[in-house]
Write a protein that binds this ligand. Structure first.
Ligand SMILES: [Zn+2]
Length: 108
């Protein structure tokens, strides 16, 4: 009985970490977007490099100092760097997709 409770507990911690990664990516996106709009922000952690191809979002991870590709297949993002669909980069890329109209405005 005790073992079962512990197992459940571990599972919920793992879920929280995963959600935090996505949330962190969304947080990074909002910071990046407001800097693009000319607002002064703290240091950026993730930057959008380009989104020219429909299903290929190129990011730059400042902390890791490396390019990151997030590929969308059937609408589901996958980070080529982390080999997962639930890291901060995928959270950021999801926001990029949702905000394409706003991003177009920034370009013009
Ligand atoms: Zn990633």
């Amino acid at each position: 009985m005790e073992k079962e409770i512990r197992h459940k507990h571990d599972e919920s911690i793992e879920t929280d970490i995963k959600n935090n990664q996505i949330d962190y990516g969304i947080f990074c996106f909002s910071k990046w977007l407001s800097s693009e709009e000319g607002n002064i922000t703290d240091e950026l952690k993730i930057i959008l490099r380009n989104q020219d191809k429909e299903n290929d979002v190129k990011l730059f991870d400042v902390d890791e100092n490396s390019e990151v590709n997030v590929i969308f297949e059937n609408g589901i993002p996958f980070c080529k760097k982390c080999q997962t669909d639930d890291c901060a980069h995928t959270g950021f890329a999801i926001c990029v997709k949702q905000n394409i109209p706003n991003l177009e405005k920034l370009k013009n």
